[in-house]
Design a protein around this ligand. Structure first.
Ligand code: AHR
Length: 489
């Protein structure tokens, strides 16, 4: 199959915000306990954090990690995760029917984040709690005054403020499954009053309001309009969440879901601009796609209720999941003029690129690889790409291009990283890439004959990037995702 990809280094989308390569750790299943924290593990440090897991996180070069939820945050008492560990309460955790031991909390997580070379994106509880508890938490984390909560942090051993800049005003407040679910108006008012108190407490913070939990929510659109009307002054970003699955085992349709992500982003950006115009507001509200991934393999898995760190949402990812994740990253890059933050949900064990055995091995899932290659090579300025290729009709949408791509010019102008998906199920693609002044020097592809191939603890390298010989040109195998580095000539 022939295709043309046309790129010009003077045709820019926007600078890529590094936070586009963020991730997420929730107190859910084995993400924290048995994931990042496993005090009995031979690789655990003095605080109980696994060094082998930190090494894998570092390889992904994740600049920000959202914490502590997710649905969990809507019932969370942040004070439970501070101070003397022996005095911390065990609680019934209603989001995931589990027991929360609180052996890891605000205090420990900021320390883990430093070790992992990342920043915390903190979510506040606007489900069962409200503005007062949110501002107290912010003072605890960032306060410099001689006042109760800042002093509490000092008493707990942290003289220096944590300096957390990015804050989520609750989580998925549009969803009936959420503790403290609200109507758009109720949430918009709460977000406004919470945001006001938080910015008075620390004017340097950036705030993310909850948008819709997915594009198919019955309230999608009206939710964003109402929320933005109520809290536009206070917030900086509105969130989008979306998970994709191949429940019908229809891979061409599954691969087309990146177009749905593109529509979702463009629609929410349009609504932000509509409310900006309505309010004659000078500020542009940008987007935080702070939960996205493939999630469906673990649907229906049963676990013992009220257990500590049960194995929930432990999707084992396939090659085709990795191709879609690569393709979703292409969509995020092509929308980086509006999407400033994105979080691959999640990071360890729970719908995650990194898996562990509690007390045992750690390994990279298939989706680890497109994320690693994009995160490490996709920093700089995104360029527009024109893809000239054939299309196919999928079950849920027509005229899906076989090829999609994104290009990023490095800060020093020396390289262009091209990320490409070939959605054809049976044809390799040999694209003619026009990019004056640059030549291809390296191609790594996530490819293989078996779309259902997975990585496991015993076979961790079944799906890893393949170095392709480009002496005779670029070839993208069927159903593959590729990273191609171009160097200045
Ligand atoms: O990431 C898993 C869950 O998905 C999160 O807790 C919630 O925000 C979303 O519905």
């Amino acid at each position: 199959m022939k295709a043309a990809i046309n790129i010009r280094t003077d045709d820019l989308i926007s600078k890529v915000d590094d936070r586009l390569f963020g991730s997420f750790i929730e107190h859910l299943g084995r993400a924290v306990y048995g994931g990042i924290y496993d005090p009995g593990h031979p690789d655990a440090d003095g605080e109980g954090f696994r060094q082998d897991v930190i090494d894998l996180v570092k390889a992904l070069n994740v600049p920000v990690v959202r914490y502590p939820g997710g649905n969990f945050v809507s019932g969370y008492k942040w004070e439970d995760g501070t101070g003397d560990k022996s005095k911390r309460p065990r609680r019934m955790e209603l989001a995931w029917n589990s027991i929360e031991t609180n052996q890891v909390g605000i205090d420990e997580f900021q320390s883990w984040a430093k070790k992992a070379g990342t920043a915390v994106m903190m979510a506040v509880n606007l489900g069962t709690r409200g503005p007062a508890e949110a501002r107290d938490l912010l003072e605890y984390c960032n306060g410099t005054t001689d006042t109760y909560h800042a002093n509490l942090r000092r008493q707990n051993g942290f003289e220096q403020p944590f300096g957390i800049r990015l804050w989520c005003l609750g989580n998925e407040m549009d969803g009936p499954w959420q503790m403290g679910h609200k109507t758009a108006y109720e949430y918009g008012r709460t977000a406004c009053e919470t945001g006001k108190l938080m910015k008075w407490t620390d004017p340097s913070v950036e705030l993310v309001a909850c948008g819709s939990s997915f594009i198919g929510m019955p309230t999608f659109g009206e939710w964003e309009r109402t929320v933005l009307r109520e809290c536009y002054d206070q917030i900086d970003y509105i969130s989008l969440h979306s998970y994709y699955g191949n429940q019908n085992n229809d891979t061409p349709d599954f691969f087309s879901r990146a177009l749905e992500m593109d529509t979702f982003i463009k629609t929410v950006a349009g609504i932000c601009d509509e409310i900006k115009a309505e309010k004659h507001h000078p500020k542009t509200v940008n987007l935080s796609f702070d939960e996205w991934n493939v999630w469906f393999h673990s649907h229906g898995t049963q676990v013992e209720p009220w257990s500590v760190a049960p194995p929930i949402l432990e999707d084992v990812y396939t090659l085709e999941d990795a191709v879609l994740v690569g393709s979703l990253l292409i969509t995020l890059l092509n929308n980086c003029d509006r999407v400033k933050i994105a979080c691959l949900a999640q990071l360890v064990n729970v719908i995650a690129p990194i898996m562990t055995e509690t007390g045992g091995r750690a390994w990279a899932q298939t989706i680890f690889w497109p994320f690693l290659l994009t995160s490490n090579n996709g920093r700089g300025t995104a360029l527009k790409t024109e893809n000239v290729c054939g299309t196919y009709d999928a079950a849920s949408r027509k005229a899906v291009p076989f090829v999609d791509s994104a290009a990023v010019l490095s800060e020093d102008g020396e390289t262009v990283s091209l990320f490409v998906v070939n959605r054809s199920m049976d044809e390799a693609c040999t694209p003619d890439v026009t990019l004056d002044g640059y030549r291809p020097v390296e191609q790594l592809s996530v490819e293989g004959d078996d779309l259902k191939a997975v990585n496991t603890a015993d076979a961790p390298d079944t799906v890893v990037p393949v170095v392709r010989d480009i002496t005779d040109g670029i070839v993208m195998p069927p159903h593959s995702w590729s990273f191609i580095r171009f160097a200045k000539v």
